[in-house]
Structures are given as structure tokens and as C-alpha cells.
Ligand binder design. Structure first.
Ligand SMILES: Nc1ncnc2c1ncn2[C@@H]1O[C@H](COP(=O)(O)OP(=O)(O)O)[C@@H](O)[C@H]1O
Ligand SMILES: [Mg+2]
Length: 367
């Protein structure tokens, strides 16, 4: 397909999101006009499982491009098609329709081991009877490397993931976090151009997951390898990614930087999935019939003002750094508010007045 068409359609989708009204609250972006150095180009990919009447459409006309050296995340609820898309990129499965290009070349007929791609699974999938060093060496030997070359690369990889000193251990003698590091070292050792990570942190406990998020980001920066992470965890996606694609029902609904996905959702699904309030309503100059409003941006007062909307507190939950508050607006809808500066002494049942700063209201396309 013509490169210009690809570029134009991508700009058509993303261009609108790149200039949020509130630059100060949006993370630095890399999503500006993108260069033609895409590593991955997925065009119109559809994938169904099963027979006609009962077929499940796991991917429905998915198009996305991922740049060289990008940390890109597929974010969406369970069953939305994330793993299916990774498997197609790895060559473990084939698309029904559409094209997948790596470095501009159609890889339809390339088997997994001929693609410059490696994959890390949630389950680590280490070889239990091999030492850490042998696990990391595995892919190198399959590439035809031998002896000192392999040893040097294994040492470098174990340094990279900070496991020097554990080379002789077996996976059974390692913690979950250490096993995950071995899996990363093994996948990075053959120097793939694209590393696919399928919920790689979901088996780790919360504190360890935080550490590994920082670690993964560092590994991506230091190696310069394109990372494609799959997760259902919003916070994980926001904290690590250069760009995020939010998926639902086999479709990509929105692609953007974390700041844009969080603050400028374009659909009710993305807004709600990222934790915004979604309210029926319209905005001047926008064809929206729903608007999104971040819980952090609602201003709550105990006295009425001209532009405030009356409501009643339904619940109040102290969260430490901030307090969460449920409010039933007199007009009907329920909203969530999360702030550090709520009026003192709010209690359930109390009448309050909410203000939605106009610049914080985001018009949504339906649905
Ligand atoms: N091999 C398969 N056979 C039948 N259905 C499948 C298969 N793989 C995935 N699916 C279905 O495709 C949809 C997407 O699955 P998947 O890509 O695994 O989602 P995710 O990784 O986002 O949780 C789900 O409805 C799932 O049940
Ligand atoms: Mg999955």
C-alpha cells in the first residue's frame, strides 16, 4: 500500500488529539507529526476464531503503526483482542484479512523464527532444567552464535537485568521477579527489533510490579528496542508508555500519548475505562451528546454559586493523598470526585455544589 495513504489516515485519526486545551496537565508528548520510521505497520487486520455462525471476531479491522524505539502499549479489558494481535505480530497465528509489515516488508509468509521479534509471556516460560545462563544463551545458540560470543552476550544481558551472580542458578531457585528478569534477558539477548510483552507483570505482587515497571522502561531506553506491551492495567499503561492504544471488542478505539488518553478521551468507552465521569450533555461547537470530566477536576463547594450544579454526597472515602467522594447530582447522574482539597468535614447526605471548569469538559463522540 502507498505510504502516503497510511500516513494521511494515521494523521486523520491522531491529529485531533495532539493539542489538548490544557498542555500544562498533559505529559510531554512524542505523538506530534510522526516520522516515516515505523517499525510495525498493521493495516486492516481482522481475525476470527471458530465457524461462521458461532465465530468470535477477536480483531475487527485493526490498523496501527508503531515507531522505531517506541514504548507502545495495547490497553483494554480481558478478551478485547490484545493477545491475538501480539500472536499475529509474532507469527504464531495468521490474520484473516489485512496486512502486517515490519520495517515496511509484508511478513505474511515469514515463520516466527524468521521475524526480528521476540515475546515474553506472563508465565515466564523458562526452561526449568537449564541454568539462568543457559536460558539466556538459548536464543543465541539458535542464531548460530557459539562459545565466547555467547558467554559475553549472556554476561552483558544479566548485567542489563541486574542478575549478575545468579548465572548458575536454576529457575526454581529464583523469586518471581528474578524469573521475570531472566525471561526478559532471554528475550532481549538475540537483539530483536520488536519485543512483545504479554501482561508480563501481572503475576507479580504490587510492590514488585512497580519496581519492574521502572525496570522495563529503563530496559527499553537502554536497548533502544521497540517494546509492545499488553496490559489491562490503566496505571501501568500510563506510567510506562510513549503511546497507548485503547482496545475494546477487537477494535482500537483511540491511540495517543498517556496524557491525551487520560485527559482527552474521544469515546464513552475510553473515558469510562480511564476513570472519567461520563455524563449526558453537549458542548458549544462540538457535536457531542456526552461529555467526560475527570474526577480530579470537579470543584466542590458547600455554598451555591451561579454556575454550580447542586447535588448530594452519597459516600466519602479517605484515600490518603486525596479523598474520593460520590455525588448524586439533583439533575440525576452520579459523579465521582477525587481531590485533596474537598471542603473540610463533608459527610454523606450533605448538600454540595459542583462546578465543572469548562476547559476540563471533553466532548465525546458516541458511543
Ligand atoms: N484460539 C482461540 N479460539 C477461539 N477463540 C479465541 C482464541 N483465541 C482468542 N479467542 C477469543 O478472541 C477474543 C480475544 O482474545 P484475546 O486476544 O486473548 O484477548 P485479550 O488478550 O485482550 O484478553 C476472546 O473473545 C477470546 O475468547
Ligand atoms: Mg491476553
Amino acid at each position: 500500500m502507498d505510504e502516503d495513504v497510511t500516513q494521511a489516515s494515521r494523521d486523520g485519526v491522531e491529529g485531533r488529539y495532539d493539542a489538548p486545551a490544557h498542555g500544562d496537565t498533559v505529559a510531554p508528548t512524542r505523538a506530534g507529526p510522526r516520522l516515516m520510521t515505523d517499525l510495525v505497520d498493521v493495516q486492516g487486520v481482522t481475525k476470527s476464531f471458530g465457524m461462521a455462525a458461532t465465530a468470535v471476531r477477536a480483531l475487527d479491522d485493526v490498523s496501527v503503526s508503531i515507531g522505531t524505539n517506541e514504548f507502545f502499549t495495547l490497553l483494554g479489558p480481558s478478551g478485547c483482542g490484545k493477545t491475538t494481535l501480539l500472536r499475529l505480530l509474532a507469527g504464531l497465528d495468521h490474520p484473516g484479512t489485512g496486512a502486517i509489515r515490519l520495517e515496511g516488508r509484508d511478513v505474511a509468509s515469514d515463520p516466527p523464527n524468521k521475524r526480528p521479534v521476540n515475546i515474553v509471556f506472563q508465565s515466564y516460560a523458562l526452561f526449568p532444567h537449564m541454568s539462568v545462563a543457559q536460558n539466556v544463551a538459548f536464543g543465541l545458540e539458535r542464531q548460530g552464535l557459539r562459545g565466547a560470543m555467547v558467554a559475553a552476550r549472556v554476561t552483558a544481558m544479566l548485567q542489563l537485568v541486574r542478575l549478575e551472580g545468579l548465572a548458575a542458578r536454576h529457575p526454581g531457585q529464583l523469586s518471581g521477579g528474578q524469573q521475570q528478569r531472566v525471561a526478559l534477558a532471554r528475550a532481549l539477548a538475540p537483539q530483536p527489533k520488536l519485543l512483545l510483552l504479554d501482561e508480563p507483570l501481572s503475576a507479580l505482587d504490587r510492590a514488585l510490579r512497580r519496581d519492574m515497571q521502572v525496570e522495563l522502561k529503563r530496559l527499553q531506553r537502554e536497548t533502544g528496542i521497540t517494546f509492545l506491551l499488553v496490559t489491562h492495567d490503566q496505571e501501568e499503561a500510563l506510567s510506562m508508555s510513549d503511546r497507548i492504544a485503547v482496545m475494546d471488542g477487537g477494535k482500537i478505539l483511540q491511540v495517543g500519548t498517556p496524557g491525551v488518553i487520560f485527559e482527552r478521551p474521544t469515546s464513552r468507552f475510553v473515558a469510562a475505562f480511564m476513570g472519567s465521569n461520563v455524563l449526558p450533555g453537549s458542548l458549544v461547537g462540538h457535536p457531542a451528546s456526552y461529555v467526560a470530566m475527570r474526577p480530579e477536576r470537579v470543584v466542590v463547594a458547600t455554598a451555591a454559586t451561579a454556575d454550580a450544579i447542586a447535588g448530594r454526597v452519597t459516600e466519602i472515602t479517605y484515600l490518603g493523598a486525596r479523598t474520593a467522594c460520590g455525588i448524586a447530582l439533583d439533575a440525576g447522574p452520579m459523579i465521582k470526585v477525587e481531590r485533596a482539597d474537598l471542603p473540610a468535614g463533608l459527610v454523606a447526605g450533605q448538600a454540595v455544589f459542583c462546578r465543572f471548569p469548562p476547559e476540563a469538559l471533553v466532548g465525546l463522540e458516541t458511543p
